[in-house]
Write a protein that binds this ligand. Structure first.
Ligand SMILES: Cc1ncc(COP(=O)(O)O)c(C=O)c1O
Length: 460
């Protein structure tokens, strides 16, 4: 009996301990659920707090409409304008003398070759995470002059995708939280890096008064920045100013980068457009490579091969040695995999066919020359007309600047009048794309610029 009583008491103790423990566990579970709920409903990484929609309300009730992209919006406004005199100087894409987009004949040839091979040597299978293997060597040759075993190269979704991979990689693997970009720069630059979790700040670049480069200020910024700062540089044909450092200035930029262990990202979106020569336009990149430093290169084929919509580019990471390049590439693939799994193959095949076939490469070089020469001609025609009209101010910058764009120095108000009254579409920053100018419209454009400039100076 006594034994049974002891047994019962023991059991009761175990039970109540069990109940107490159960209560603790239940409490813990409830707390976890509450915190999970908080996590689920709290601020997301974008800082937005989830709000349950009321009955009948849209889940998307609290979202406000985003402002239109200024560049793409210009294109839409141009399209909707019914005035026959309209001119589009806003878009960063090549146009022919007739104002039409141009599919390069060499691209058509490569397409035809690809079509003949489709189903035979070319298929539509997934390509590797880091892209078509045959792209690596030929794109390295194009941007560095030769194959580079110490460079980790991966296909990317054009220049934008390459920049985004670099941003993510820097953040995830190097713990980099800040980047400096030129003032001004391509509008998407700061946002790409902000979306990669980095703070983006400007360094001085454009001198509005002299319509040139603030080189000393730029260099001083680099000298005074903390060691190991990241600088986003345009190796040629700076967008939007069309003003590049000279080779002697690039050397000084490199010297500061080496001394301060800064990390450059060379964003090459216009190789071949600055001077008309692919070799000349990679000189700054070769200079950096030959110094032995480690840096990033983003390479786009949108402009120089006219493959805008194919989204084909490369990211190259110059490393100390081959072993580091292998490791970097392996992790770069880990960055890419959850973003878009693997890149598209169509544009990749086209670039690979053209760069790996000597006769097609030669044809491309001559077609690139046609594009860059036409732009040079537009520059000189516009300048000489403005000078002939004695339009107030100096206009040498129109021909001094290089690449696809000119930073005209026109004020936002003057740009507004050009758009509203003259149906000439450009960015409010005063950037024009010379590709939109041709022999048929240059006089009209020059007259309109003359009108808005003389109006302004008359007011002054
Ligand atoms: C300086 C610069 N970088 C990168 C890009 C990205 O171009 P895409 O993504 O079309 O290759 C552009 C496009 O205008 C650009 O001007």
């Amino acid at each position: 009996m006594e034994q049974a009583q002891q047994c019962f008491q023991g059991l009761a103790k175990v039970c109540s301990a069990g109940i107490a423990q159960g209560k603790v566990l239940a409490n813990q579970a409830q707390q976890a659920a509450e915190s999970a709920k908080k996590d689920y409903q709290g601020a997301s990484s974008s800082g937005v707090v989830f709000k349950m929609p009321k009955d009948g309300e849209s889940l998307f009730q609290s979202i406000t409409e985003a402002p239109p992209d200024p560049i793409l919006n210009t294109a839409i406004a141009f399209k909707n304008d019914t005035d026959p005199r309209k001119v589009n100087l806003g878009i960063g894409a090549y146009r022919t003398e007739e104002g039409k987009p141009w599919v390069l004949p060499v691209v058509v040839k490569a397409e035809e070759q690809m079509l003949r091979e489709t189903g035979k040597t070319v298929d539509k299978e997934y390509i590797p995470i880091d892209g078509l293997p045959s792209l690596k060597e030929c794109t390295q040759r194009l941007i560095f002059g030769e194959k580079k075993p110490n460079v980790a190269s991966s296909q990317a979704l054009s220049g934008t995708g390459a920049l985004r991979i670099v941003g993510e990689f820097m953040n995830q693997f190097l713990g980099i939280k800040k980047i400096y970009y030129s003032d001004p720069t391509w509008g998407n630059h700061p946002t790409i890096f902000q979306k990669s979790g980095m703070v983006a700040e400007t360094y001085p670049y454009w001198d509005a008064q002299k319509k040139g480069l603030r080189f000393d200020d730029m260099l001083n910024h680099m000298k005074n920045a903390p060691d190991g700062s990241v600088y986003l540089l345009h190796p040629c044909a700076h967008n939007p100013t069309g003003v590049d450092p000279s080779m002697a200035q690039w050397q000084q930029i490199l010297d500061v980068c080496l001394k301060k262990k800064h990390i450059p990202i060379m964003d090459s979106a216009y190789q071949g457009y600055a001077t008309g020569s692919l070799e000349n336009d990679r000189k700054s990149i070769e200079l950096f490579y030959n110094s032995g430093m480690e840096f990033f290169v983003c390479q786009s084929f949108a402009k120089n091969l006219g493959l805008y919509g194919e989204r084909i580019g490369m990211v190259h990471v110059v490393c100390k040695n081959e072993e580091r390049a292998r490791v970097v590439l392996s992790q770069m693939k880990m960055v890419i995999r959850p973003m878009y799994s693997s890149p598209p193959c169509h544009g990749a095949h086209l670039v690979s066919i053209i760069l790996n076939d000597p006769s097609m490469y030669k044809q491309w070089v001559s077609e690139l020359k046609i594009m860059s020469s036409r732009i040079l001609e537009s520059r000189s025609n516009l300048r000489s007309l403005l000078e002939k009209k004695k339009t107030p101010g100096t206009w040498n910058h129109v021909t001094d600047q290089i690449g696809m764009f000119s930073f005209t120095g026109l004020s936002p108000e003057q740009c507004e009048i050009l758009i509203k009254e003259h149906h000439i579409y450009l960015l409010k920053s005063g950037r024009i794309s010379l590709a939109g100018i041709n022999k048929a419209n240059v006089e009209y454009v020059a007259n309109a610029i003359n009108d808005v400039v003389t109006r302004k100076s008359a007011k002054l």
